[in-house]
Design a protein around this ligand. Structure first.
Ligand code: FAD
Ligand code: NAP
Length: 313
């Protein structure tokens, strides 16, 4: 049996929502504990330039997240490197179990577990994950210096990843199932004028082709969604960038969720279906999914938790 820790506010997650909640809850003298999870700093640690965080015309994602962690700690938030594996929301104080063996009890919980990369679900994608198939250009782009790469998707992530990968690759093919991108116009314009990037419209990934000795990708087979015709594109790397799904494993059976799995909150608040449990950031937001909106919801969650605790007292 590990250690037991009690806190007024337990914050689960260390993205913009979690750290902002940490700043506000600390300044409300709630002495919060923040558990970072498997990805300290959250999704922005997997990107490079962030150009839409107010106050910085450009900042590296990992630097921004280190700044937020430092800020939360400076205000008094205790930041712990652990992963919550279970959360009992049936009684108060709420009980969360940490992978470390520590049990956390809390008067209020702020869920800020964000979202994780989605995969296509192909057998060949699974077979070559970590051997040419990736969902993080910042993490793995360097391995493909001078090689040909494909990126799947048509949103901000896919376009940013394709642009970033041109720093390494000799050629990047962006495979998208439509002929219209979902990304911001400024990113689309950069993509379309980059000589190293070739979009392949109206295509879907059919199969990742590779060899086993040594294990690696040699090509992809892409299917034309209109004609069914298959095109084989030689490449060494495949970056899947088709969006993110909310990380609701801890609460999928205990809190009300929207279709698509996002945690439902009372409009205009961060209150979930269980009083005392608050949700902020990408976990609850199928629409905006930005760092700044997540941070805003982190602030709201801390203020909502503060009011909830005051009412209980
Ligand atoms: P996340 O950042 O997803 O963080 C979730 C946190 O929860 C992580 O720290 C994780 O470790 C933790 N966690 C999960 N499960 C557990 C658990 N069981 N126990 C403990 N902790 C747990 N937005 C912008 O505004 N500008 C950009 O330029 C931009 N670029 C992006 C580039 C990429 C490649 C991606 C993927 C996203 C980008 N976004 C950008 C979107 C932005 O990153 C997200 O909107 C934002 O990070 C969401 O913040 P969050 O706090 O809700 O969660
Ligand atoms: P997204 O906006 O949901 O886009 C996902 C893309 O993948 C779409 O183009 C979609 O095609 C495609 N797709 C989805 N499922 C597919 C499948 N099974 N097969 C083939 N293609 C598939 O996801 P995202 O790009 O990861 O962005 C997530 C959020 O983070 C967004 O809110 C975004 O604005 C934000 N973000 C912001 C920035 C920034 O501000 N610079 C950077 C990155 C991310 P369709 O278009 O046909 O649906």
């Amino acid at each position: 049996m590990g250690e037991s820790r009690h806190t007024k506010v337990l914050i689960i997650g260390s993205g913009p929502a979690g750290y902002t909640a940490g700043v506000y809850a600390s300044r409300a003298m709630l002495e919060p504990i923040l558990v970072q999870g498997i990805e300290p700093g959250g999704q922005l640690t997997t990107t490079t330039e962030v150009e839409n965080w107010p106050g910085h015309s450009e900042i590296q994602g990992p630097d921004l997240m280190i700044n937020m962690e430092t800020h939360a700690k400076a205000m008094g938030c205790e930041v712990i490197g652990d992963i919550i594996t279970e959360l009992d929301t049936s009684k108060r104080p709420f009980v969360a179990k940490g992978d470390s063996g520590t049990e956390y009890t809390a008067d209020a919980v702020i869920l800020a577990t964000g979202a994780r990369a989605k995969w296509l679900g192909l057998e060949s994608e699974e077979a070559f994950k970590g051997f040419g198939v990736s969902a993080c250009a910042t993490c793995d782009g360097f391995f493909y210096r001078g090689e040909e790469i494909v990126v799947i998707g048509g949103g901000n992530t896919a376009v940013e990843e394709a642009l970033f990968l041109t720093n390494f690759a000799s050629k990047v093919t962006l495979i998208h199932r439509r002929d219209e991108l979902r990304s911001e116009k400024i990113l689309e314009a950069r993509l379309l004028k980059n000589p190293k990037i070739e979009p392949l419209w109206f295509h879907e990934l059919e199969e990742v082709v590779g060899e086993n000795n040594p294990k690696g990708v040699t090509a992809v087979r892409a299917k034309n969604v209109k004609t069914g015709e298959i095109t084989e594109i030689p490449c060494k790397g495949v970056f899947v960038a088709i969006g993110h799904a909310p990380a609701t494993e801890l609460v999928k059976d205990t809190l009300e969720l929207h279709h698509g799995g996002y945690v439902k909150v009372k409009p205009g608040t961060t209150e979930t279906s269980v009083p005392g449990i608050f949700a902020a950031g990408d976990l609850t937001d199928h629409k905006y999914r930005q760092a700044v909106t997540s941070a805003g919801m982190g602030c709201m969650a801390a203020l909502d938790a503060e009011r909830f605790i005051a009412e209980q007292e």
